[in-house]
Design a protein around this ligand. Sequence first.
Ligand code: RIB
Length: 307
Amino acid sequence: MNKKIVVIGSSNVDLIMKMDRLPKVGETITDATFMQVYGGKGANQAVAAARAGGDVAFVNCVGNDAYTPQMLTNFETEGMHTQFVFQEDKLVSGHALVMIGSEGNNYLSVAPGANAALTPEKVKKATKIIKEAAIIVMQYEIPLETIEYVFDLAQDYKIPVLWNFAPAQKFNIDYLKKTEILVVNETEASFISKIEVTDRATAEKAVYKLLELGSKLIILTLGADGVIYGNKNEMSYVPAFKVKAEDTTAAGDTFCGSFAVSFVEGKPLNEVITFSSAAAALAVTRIGAQPSIPKRIDIDRFLIENK
Ligand code: RIB
């Protein structure tokens, strides 16, 4: 059975400041610790899927700056298919400034750089590999016209799309009908459904609303409060694993990447979500985006230890 996962999305160089508490506007914190790691929602999800054991192809666009060669080497080292990672010599790669405070909370600011140049024309060149996908995984750090193009292409080839609607931005609501699996957090679910998600009750209401809008399966991640999911047959809840959070960056990405792997392995939905929640729980115990993403062996061990 074909199990190829094609991730279409962004990559960033993450510049991290870790501090005891986040600064107020106008305040300077003087004892932060600096780290430079690789991130970007697309790359994080591709790496998460690869480390969870998936056969992953990554479709992406990088720029040309001091960090890019190492970023490209990393993609290779993760064992992903990278022939459709495009490079724009006149642009810089995407960059993110990440401030991490106590309990893993963060502020994030992204400069898209070459991610904005992942055009439909570039994605079209990757049709050969996209056609082979068992699932396409996409986020929202690439141009909207590219996202719409991917949805249409996926529909033509009858490939399910997991859309992680992150970060929340304006879009054409009709595309929800082309989304097999919509993964959202509280903010993103509130943005689309117009229902303010503050607890499990409001989360369920938002899931019903999102189902009405046309996505077939809604996964609403509530961080430490677990995951609510719903489709036409069921509305259910999976509690979160209890861990000490160091940094929540890329927890959602780890969830999506590992979800894709378990999904193409044909596991029952509840098991897929438990597996993805375990991977995300491990990610929040470590600092940084890609350095925090667990390998399959760690996820399997964590699941056994936390049965
Ligand atoms: O989801 C986390 C990611 O968001 C970070 O790695 C950062 O690069 C931004 O894209």
